[in-house]
Design a binder for this molecule. Structure first.
Ligand SMILES: *Cc1c(COP(=O)(O)O)cnc(C)c1O
Length: 609
């Protein structure tokens, strides 16, 4: 894997023209590097991949998040599958030159100082997206406040609301102090919604918030774009009104109430974000529709997620593509040219990915997996709706099936949130099934600590990627996209991205809808037995399928395409198509010619006016 990111050690780091940055991207978590524990899962990975594509395509963007000094947890599993957690502390002091710029925000009835560390995401041609990681561990803050930016999704609701206040209000204040004046603010999930209140305060320029009018809110909304990420109502952050007043103060609380941002008597971050945005979208076509039903008073659009190709493609596939279609690095549309590459070469690359995965499996577990045997992968955050156990629903049938098709190997991985007792039970269930199926020749292993590196190894190395969410709870899902890019087909419930990505027998297979889990499991086994295993036994046909996965799905489900859609539909919708589409490609060419990222930044501003 190659990570196109690096800490801000580049010599010309100071030369990034912050004043020309036109879009500010706010996210509670961002996966910046495999070495930094600043993300928990899909949301942070999407944010990181978005910024990596923004860097590759010279987009005039900056980003804001929190530093999360104690990181997201490391998962430890004992022999029975009991999960325990440990912190993953890291110190920005050892990675960055120095913290920049202290701003002060009023919250909890006092002032809290916030500083920021700058991480530069570097694109394929050297364009930089600066990411400001807010940090309250600043001298002068009291000891509670100094720890506000320690734990991603940690603490109680009060702690979380404080974090969201630091992100939203602190982020706006910081950008202004640095001379960044974006025209577009992108809230990645409701966690960032308080930036709207920050902008409103700024607009009133010291006058009391109670003077804010409907026009003021409309003026803020004109600059804001909101992406919602979950169709599960419980997944939307909400806080008690008492907490709202305690953290944000009377004035802000009143204005939030007055402009209708409470929902069922609670401060609901999704409703706040909706109120302060002019463009709202879900993360797949179906998720957009489901969200539209949830929020009938707003127009909800859809922009389907993607993944950053250079981050997720295996090394051997990158080398093959660099030799055959090098332009893929700045423009993922060229993946379509995969049809000019013999399928056997793609299959070879995948074999190497499988070898590498099995070496890691052996290193971790001492178990030797068979590289010739059909291998399934299932890895995701452990949540009941994701149903890790559907694959193991009928162990007897699975055992018979494995025997008939010449053996089966399954790799699982995934973390349960530390407070999710039911989720932890699901991990133990998989361990139990694995032990009982061992005798029937099915090898099942649950790998510890699902993270960036393990996700890459798995999606590059297994033969089939399995996903079994309960509909319609999967907003998008992105791990299957990583697999597709690597020529790995999916076997999945038709939910989230897979409704758009599934071309039956070409890019994978759909698990058919059924009345109950019994029926769905049965469809899953039918496809394995009657379609997947027979195809796997025909290497040439399998290799053609791998080619389709890249040609059909890799070409589309990437963040280069996704970001292009954000530009066209969300950020600068007044642009005509002719102006918008060539931006990325064009800027890249100019940047190359001029050799300067400063020049490219200026061009970017002009092109986007
Ligand atoms: C890609 C990724 C995810 C998100 O994948 P889903 O398909 O949404 O489950 C979560 N965690 C890690 C570590 C990832 O790399």
């Amino acid at each position: 894997m190659s990570f196109p990111t690096s800490p801000s050690s580049a010599p010309d780091v100071a030369s990034v023209d912050l004043a020309a940055r036109r879009i500010a991207y706010f996210s509670m978590e961002i996966a910046l590097s495999s070495a930094l524990p600043t993300y928990s899962g899909g949301l942070g990975m999407l944010a990181g991949d978005t910024l990596r594509s923004a860097a590759d395509t010279a987009a005039p963007m900056v980003a804001v998040s929190l530093v999360h000094r104690r990181g997201y947890f490391r998962q430890n599993l004992d022999a029975a599958g009991n999960q325990t957690e440990s912190d993953q502390p890291w110190s920005p002091e050892t990675m960055f030159p120095s913290a920049q710029q202290v701003v002060r925000i009023a919250m909890q009835g006092r002032e809290v100082s916030v500083c920021a560390w700058r991480f530069d995401v570097m694109g394929a041609a050297g364009h930089v997206i600066p990411v400001f990681l807010l940090d309250t561990d600043v001298e002068g803050n009291n000891s509670y406040d100094r720890h506000l930016t320690d734990y991603l999704y940690g603490g109680d609701t009060y702690y979380r609301l404080c974090q969201e206040t630091v992100l939203g209000l602190g982020g706006v204040a910081l950008l202004r102090a640095l001379g960044v004046e974006p025209e577009v603010y992108h809230m990645n999930e409701g966690h960032a919604a308080l930036l709207g209140v920050g902008l409103l305060e700024e607009r009133l320029a010291g006058s009391p918030l109670e003077q804010a009018t409907e026009e003021d809110v409309a003026a803020i909304a004109k600059c804001c774009v909101f992406t919602t990420h979950t169709p599960v109502p419980a997944g939307h952050d909400q806080f008690g009104v008492d907490q709202m007043y305690a953290v944000l103060g009377q004035e802000r609380g009143n204005v939030i109430e007055r402009f209708g941002c409470l929902h069922n008597g609670l401060l609901n971050m999704t409703y706040l974000a909706l109120r302060f945005s002019r463009y709202v979208n879900g993360v797949s076509m179906q998720h957009g529709k489901v969200s539209q039903q949830m929020f009938p008073d707003y127009h909800v659009h859809s922009i389907t997620n993607g993944v950053h190709a250079a981050t997720w493609l295996s090394r051997p596939l990158q080398a093959l593509l660099d030799a055959e279609i090098p332009a893929w690095r700045h423009d993922n549309n060229y993946f379509r040219s995969i049809y000019g590459i013999p399928p056997a070469k793609i299959a070879n690359c995948h074999e190497l990915g499988k070898q590498r995965l099995f070496e890691e499996v052996a290193r971790r577990s001492g178990q030797q997996f068979n590289p010739k045997m059909l291998t399934l992968g299932f890895a995701r955050r452990v949540a009941t709706y994701k149903r890790a156990s559907l694959l193991l629903h009928d162990p007897k049938r699975l055992a018979r099936l494995a025997k008939k098709i010449g053996g089966l190997q399954i790799l699982f991985a995934g973390k349960a949130h530390p407070a999710d007792i039911a989720g932890k039970g699901l991990i133990r269930d998989v361990f139990e099934s694995a032990a009982s199926l061992q005798a029937s020749g099915i090898r099942i292993l649950y790998l510890e600590n699902y993270d960036w590196e393990l996700a890459a190894l798995l999606t590059q190395g297994v033969d089939v990627w399995v996903n079994t969410p309960r509909r319609p709870y999967e907003a998008s899902g992105t791990s299957g996209m990583k697999a597709a890019l690597n020529g790995v087909p999916s076997l999945s419930v038709l939910d989230g991205w897979w409704i758009e990505g599934c071309a039956e027998d070409l890019t994978g297979w759909a698990i058919d809808d059924a009345e109950d889990e019994e029926g769905e499991a049965s469809s899953l086994y039918d496809k394995l037995e009657n379609k997947i295993a027979p195809l796997y036994a025909r290497p040439n046909a399998w290799a053609r399928m791998q080619q389709h996965c890249i040609g059909i799905n890799g070409t589309f489900f990437n963040t280069h395409r996704m970001l292009g859609q954000y530009f066209l539909n969300a950020y600068f919708p007044q642009m005509s198509e002719e102006e918008a589409i060539p931006i990325a490609v064009d800027l890249y060419a100019k940047e190359r010619r001029s050799g300067g990222r400063r020049a490219a930044d200026k061009e970017a501003s002009k092109a986007l006016v």
